[in-house]
Design a protein around this ligand. Structure first.
Ligand code: F6P
Length: 535
C-alpha cells in the first residue's frame, strides 16, 4: 500500500479540507496552551511549531501517517547498516561516524590520523617545501565535499584558530580559484583535494591548476607531498594524481557526499577550529542521533520537521520553504540545506520505481535575517503564496557587542532577536482592516496595509552557536531529510538527477572553441555554440 492509500492519508485529506480555511489567529485564540502543546525541547534546543497551521488532530493524524509509513522500520534499517541506498547497493552509515567509541574501527583510525594531521599543522611541525609553516589551507571540492565544511567553518568563525586561514574553492570557473591563488604564497599553502569519487570534473580541474601553481614555484614534484592532501574513497585515483598514501584520508561508500562533514571531509573545518571543537561537533550530532533513534514520535524533533514539511507541501500546497537563520554566522546554512534536502528528496520516483503521488521536497531557499527583511520578506507578507519558514535564532550572540551607554549604538543581539520574533508573529497573525483603521490609516491606503497572515513558521532556538550546537542542528536536518524520504518511500541517498547534465557537458566541451560536428544537438544548443565560438 502506498502512502496515499493509507487510512491515515485519507483522514488527513478530509481533515486538511476543513483546516485549510482556518487562520492562525483563530487557532491561537482557541487554545491558550498552544505554545506548550506545540513546542518541544531537547538538550538545550527549543523547537516551537505552534505557528504551524495544525491542530492537535492534525498532529495526531500526521503521527498515524508516520506509523503507516513504517518510519520506525526504516530508521532501524538505516541504523543497523542495511543497504537502504538500494539503487547504488550501499548502506547509509554517516551516524556511525560520530558514534564516539562505538564508531567502526576503520572510522576511528581515520579520525586519529586526522587529529594527528591537524596537530602537526597547527603546531607548525608540518612544513612546506621551503621549510616554512603552513599559513593557508585551501579546500578544493564541490557539493558535499565543499558545502558542509564551508558552511560550518563560516558558522564557527568566532572560534577559529589563530595563524591559520582556511579557504574554499568549488566552482570550475577560474574566477573562483585564480584570485585566491593570487593572494597566497605557495611556500605556505596546503591544498586539500576533497572528492569522494575523485572523478568530479570541477574538483579535478581546480586541483590540476593548484598543482601547476605550486610546481611553478617549487620546481620539484617532491613538493606535492608537502602541499597536497586528499580526502576520498578512491585510493587508486588519488595515487594517480600523485598524492602520497600518507596524505590520503579515506572514507567509505557508505558515507553519502551530502552527509560527509563528519568524515575526513571535515578536515578543513577541523583545521579552522581545532580538533577538540571538531570532536564537539561530532558530540552534538551524537546527541541528536540518540534523540532521533529513541525519542517518542510525538516528541521527536526531526520527525516533527519532516511531518510539518509534508503537511505544508502536500496538504496546504506550499512549493517552497524558506530557511531564515537570524545569525550572520549561519549565512551558508541555506545553501548547505539546499543540497541536503533537495539532492536527497527532490525525486518523483519511489523505491519501487513508481511515480510519487505528490511533491516530496519543496524548493529550499533562504538568507539570514535581518537582511532578508529588507528584500524578499515583502513577498512572504503580501505576495499571496504559502511559504513556510524555519526561523533559527541564537539565545546568546556568538559575537556579543553591546552598545555604548550614551545611547550612540544599540544592542545588536537584542535587536536581532526582536526582529526574529516580530517576523514570525507578523507572518502568522498579519494585520486586519480593523487594526489598520485603528492605526488611523486612510481608506484609500487601507488595501495596501493589509497583511493576510496565516503564513506558517517554526522557530528553532539554540542556546548559542558553537561546535556542539551546530552538530545538533545539522544532525536535526539530516534526520528530517531521512524521515521525509522514508514517509514518501523514496531513496534519499542516491542522486541520479545530477548525471544527465554531466554527460551532456562531456559531449559539448570538445565543441567549445573548436570546430566539430554539432549536428546531434538541438537548434538552441547549436545556436549557442556558434555564438560562444564567435561564428
Ligand atoms: O554531482 C553531485 C555530486 O555527486 C554530489 O552528490 C557530491 O556531493 C558532489 O557531486 C561531489 O562529489 P565528489 O565528492 O565525488 O567530488
Amino acid at each position: 500500500m502506498t502512502l496515499t492509500q493509507t487510512p491515515a492519508w485519507q483522514a488527513l485529506t478530509a481533515h486538511a479540507a476543513s483546516l485549510r480555511q482556518r487562520h492562525l489567529r483563530d487557532l491561537f485564540a482557541e487554545d491558550a496552551q498552544r505554545f506548550a502543546r506545540f513546542s518541544r525541547q531537547h538538550d538545550g534546543l527549543l523547537l516551537d511549531f505552534s505557528k504551524q497551521r495544525i491542530t492537535a488532530d492534525t498532529h495526531r493524524l500526521l503521527l498515524d501517517l508516520a506509523a503507516a509509513a513504517d518510519i520506525d522500520g526504516w530508521r532501524q534499517k538505516m541504523l543497523s547498516g542495511e543497504a537502504i541506498n538500494h539503487t547504488e547497493g550501499r548502506a547509509v552509515r554517516h551516524v556511525a561516524l560520530r558514534a564516539g567509541s562505538a564508531a567502526p574501527p576503520e572510522a576511528r583510525a581515520v579520525l586519529e590520523r586526522l587529529q594527528a594531521c591537524c596537530e602537526r599543522i597547527h603546531s607548525g611541525a608540518w612544513r612546506g617545501y621551503s621549510g616554512e609553516r603552513i599559513t593557508d589551507v585551501v579546500n578544493i571540492g564541490i557539493g558535499g565535499s565543499d558545502l558542509g565544511p564551508r558552511m560550518a567553518a563560516r558558522a564557527l568563525v568566532a572560534q577559529h584558530q589563530p595563524d591559520l586561514r582556511v579557504h574554499f574553492v568549488a566552482n570550475v570557473d577560474s574566477a573562483d580559484i585564480a584570485p585566491l591563488l593570487a593572494r597566497l604564497d605557495p611556500r605556505t599553502t596546503l591544498f586539500i583535494i576533497a572528492s569522494k569519487t575523485f572523478t568530479t570534473q570541477e574538483t579535478l580541474i581546480n586541483a590540476a591548476s593548484a598543482r601547476a601553481w605550486l610546481l611553478a614555484a617549487a620546481r620539484e614534484e617532491a613538493a606535492i607531498a608537502r602541499h597536497f592532501i586528499a580526502l576520498s574513497t578512491a585510493r587508486e585515483r588519488t595515487r594517480a594524481f600523485g598524492i602520497a598514501d600518507d596524505n590520503v584520508f579515506e572514507f567509505w561508500d557508505w558515507v553519502g557526499g551530502r552527509f560527509s562533514l563528519w568524515s575526513a571531509i571535515g578536515l578543513s573545518l577541523a583545521l579552522a577550529v581545532g580538533w577538540p571543537r571538531f570532536e564537539q561537533l561530532l558530540a552534538g550530532a551524537r546527541s541528536m542521533d540518540k534523540h532521533f533513534a529513541s525519542a517518542p514520535a510525538a516528541d521527536n524533533l526531526p520527525l516533527t520537521l519532516a511531518l510539518l514539511s509534508l503537511w505544508n507541501t502536500h496538504f496546504l500546497g506550499a512549493r517552497s520553504a524558506a530557511v531564515l537563520p537570524y545569525s550572520q554566522s549561519l549565512e551558508r546554512l541555506p545553501a548547505y540545506l539546499q543540497q541536503l534536502e533537495m539532492e536527497s528528496n527532490g525525486k518523483q520516483t519511489d523505491r519501487e520505481g513508481q511515480p510519487l503521488a505528490g511533491i516530496a521536497c519543496p524548493v529550499v531557499w533562504g538568507e539570514p535575517g535581518t537582511n532578508g527583511q529588507h528584500s524578499f520578506y515583502q513577498l512572504l507578507h503580501q505576495g499571496g503564496q504559502l511559504i513556510p519558514c524555519d526561523f533559527i535564532a541564537l539565545r546568546d550572540s556568538d559575537f556579543p557587542l553591546i552598545g555604548h551607554n550614551d545611547g550612540s549604538s544599540g544592542d545588536h543581539h537584542k535587536a536581532l532577536l526582536a526582529n526574529c520574533l516580530a517576523q514570525s508573529a507578523a507572518l502568522a497573525f498579519g494585520q486586519t482592516a480593523e487594526e489598520v483603521r485603528a492605526a488611523g490609516v486612510s481608506e484609500s491606503l487601507l488595501p495596501f496595509k493589509l497583511f493576510p497572515g496565516n503564513q506558517p513558521s517554526t522557530t528553532l532556538l539554540l542556546p548559542a552557536l558553537n561546535a556542539y550546537t551546530l552538530g545538533q542542528l545539522l544532525a536535526l536536518y539530516e534526520h528530517k531529510t531521512f524521515f521525509l524520504g522514508a514517509l514518501w518511500n523514496i531513496n534519499s541517498f542516491d542522486q541520479w538527477g545530477v548525471e544527465l547534465g554531466k554527460t551532456l557537458a562531456r559531449r559539448i566541451e570538445p565543441l567549445i572553441n573548436a570546430v566539430g560536428d554539432d549536428s546531434a544537438f538541438d537548434s538552441s544548443t547549436r545556436g549557442l555554440l556558434a555564438a560562444v565560438n564567435g561564428r
